[in-house]
Design a protein around this ligand. Sequence first.
Ligand SMILES: CC(C)(COP(=O)(O)OP(=O)(O)OC[C@H]1O[C@@H](n2cnc3c(N)ncnc32)[C@H](O)[C@@H]1OP(=O)(O)O)[C@@H](O)C(=O)NCCC(=O)NCCS
Length: 156
Amino acid sequence: MNSHEIVVRQLEIEDIPGIIEIEKACFPTPWTHHAFRAEMRNKLAVYQVVETEGKIAAYGGMWLIMEEAHITNVAVHPSFRRRGLGRKVMEALVAEAKKKFSQRMTLEVRKSNTIALELYKSMDFVISGIRPGYYHDNGEDAIIMWKELTIADFLL
Ligand SMILES: CC(C)(COP(=O)(O)OP(=O)(O)OC[C@H]1O[C@@H](n2cnc3c(N)ncnc32)[C@H](O)[C@@H]1OP(=O)(O)O)[C@@H](O)C(=O)NCCC(=O)NCCS
């Protein structure tokens, strides 16, 4: 692989240390190695990573529950932001959800996370509600968003 090539692919066990590095850089309560190993055994879980310049630069995951895709995490390492990788991860999750015939997708995002909110809105996720005080670390509200996967999505 050319070092500047961008590859989007399924999570593999060797990727976990790179993902933990991203978690630690992005979130106040990062998921552990153990949590990701458990996710790899979880038959409902789908995780995608973005690899470039010899590094895991971004990743995202979701659980496919009946006809719904519940996004669990999306994160881009701070040194790889604003290069379209967050969008690539989201597009990969949408594509996987469509392959598994999900009808809709959902996620929660901190009210203050305007960057992520802009990304999700630009991909037709719509705000449907608020979970007050959802985040334990600072009591922040979560915004709940949904995206319907229409017939047109399946034709793309
Ligand atoms: C949110 C996040 C995933 C975006 O990743 P990214 O790779 O930097 O985003 P992209 O370059 O793909 O940009 C996608 C869109 O996000 C928005 N965006 C990204 N960076 C932005 C910034 N600094 N200011 C405003 N909007 C921004 C824009 O809408 C952008 O679309 P555009 O390029 O057409 O303007 C990244 O900032 C991140 O990992 N944040 C920390 C973890 C996190 O908050 N995850 C989401 C939890 S719900």
